[in-house]
Design a binder for this molecule. Structure first.
Ligand code: NCD
Length: 384
């Protein structure tokens, strides 16, 4: 596998390997000069067709910390605003000689469709309501480094499940890694699903957050994705907070060891109270912090020499931790490093069922897609 498009494509071995790599890069990031030559000579393009603060800066920093050259373009500031199709844009970028393209787009499946028109490695940085695999990797890393293994842990995902790519990615990630996932949200914001299943993965679905808040290890709160909701899915934000929000009162009823997460941007006083977001339970800042190391691991795995595979004969001979990144070999990468371990997700794997069909890249004709036309309507910031 030469791209990162979906959590469903990753085996448990792939994920564990990326977690190990992330740990090593986290060590690099703590150094006084937090930079290694691993991707020197490589070029990474950040193609963001949708607004982003933390994800774009995090990929940007990650690529620079690996010594790659970075080119960034956003829809408004490129020929895309002159009506050029995504296919033409991708082929133009490719002709300049790039090694990796990091794509964010409001339409599900665009990163997978782009992959057909470029030999560069494609990383999905969020495609509509479909997937956000690096968010899931950084969430897993954050959990593993704070509460330890998530196997057997109870993780509540609460909020706008239907429109959230973070929910889709994390249901796959958390169930794959052995956690018990509990889903809670207003009926109007749950996608069609089978009993005890969400996005094809086994979960517990509850109507009442108060019935579970005292028994979960993690409360993962999701923003209402106003930009993807065509009509009023909720009667009122005040009522939403009262019924589904992580209020200070609810947070007090959580187990003493339990933690709170959110992918950001947060809407304080809607899905989470300000005091809870800023409390000691909150891992929100740690999540952002983990992003750079995780994205370094992903870029290194896809674009780097791929010498540090897990499971292989040479595994025991690997240089320890961060020292390996000083190795001169890394500044002279020998080619693209594919994911190294385990079975890959197949088209019949659970995550591909039910409502992920809207991300079927084979039906997308990039010749016809003018990014301006696919962009969603105006974003309602912080609905009151
Ligand atoms: C999320 C996103 O854009 O998917 N944010 C992020 O990448 N950290 C979640 C959101 O917008 O609610």
């Amino acid at each position: 596998m030469n791209h990162l498009l979906s959590v469903d494509d990753l085996s448990v071995g792939d994920i564990e390997h990326l977690m190990t790599l992330t740990g090593s890069f986290a060590e690099v990031l703590r150094r006084s000069v937090p930079k290694v030559p691993a991707l020197r000579g490589k070029t990474v393009v950040l193609a963001f067709f949708e607004d982003s603060t933390r994800t774009r800066s995090s990929f940007d920093l990650a690529a620079r910390r690996l010594s790659a050259d970075v080119v960034t373009f956003a829809t408004g500031a490129s020929s895309l605003s002159k009506g050029e199709s995504i296919r033409d844009t991708v082929e133009t970028i490719t002709a300049m000689g790039v090694d990796g393209i990091v794509v964010r787009h409001p339409h599900p499946g665009i990163p997978a469709a782009i992959e057909r028109y470029t030999p560069a490695a494609v990383v999905n940085a969020g495609d509509g309501r479909h997937q956000h695999p690096t968010q899931s990797l950084l969430d897993l890393y954050t959990l593993q480094t704070t509460i330890g293994s998530i196997e057997g842990k109870r993780i509540l995902l609460c909020g706008d499940i239907m429109n959230s790519r973070v929910a889709r990615s994390n249901v796959a990630m958390f169930t794959k890694m052995g956690a018990e996932v509990i889903i809670c949200g207003p009926h109007s914001l749950l996608p069609p699903h089978r009993p005890n299943q969400m996005f094809g993965h086994p979960v517990e679905i509850v109507k009442d957050i108060d019935a579970v808040i005292g028994s979960v290890d993690v409360a993962y709160m999701l923003r209402i994705q106003n930009e993807r909701i065509a009509d009023a899915a909720l009667p009122s934000i005040r009522e939403y907070r009262a019924t589904y929000g992580l209020t200070a009162e609810r947070a007090r009823r959580m187990a003493s060891h339990a933690v709170v997460m959110h992918p950001g941007p947060i809407n304080r006083g809607v899905e989470i109270d300000a005091d809870v977001a800023d409390s000691e339970r909150s891992l929100i800042t740690a999540q952002v912090g983990a992003g750079v190391g995780v994205r370094m691991a992903v870029l290194y795995q896809l674009l780097g020499p791929g010498k540090f595979d897990t499971g292989g004969e040479a595994a025991g001979e690997q240089p320890a931790a961060a020292d390996r990144f000083d190795d001169e070999r890394l500044s002279d990468p020998g080619g693209v490093g594919p994911w190294s371990t385990g079975e890959q997700g197949s088209p019949g794997s659970p995550g591909k069922s039910v409502d992920t069909v809207d991300a079927d890249a084979s039906t997308i004709d990039l010749n016809l897609i003018e990014p301006q036309a696919t962009a969603p309507g105006p974003v309602q910031e912080n609905a009151q």
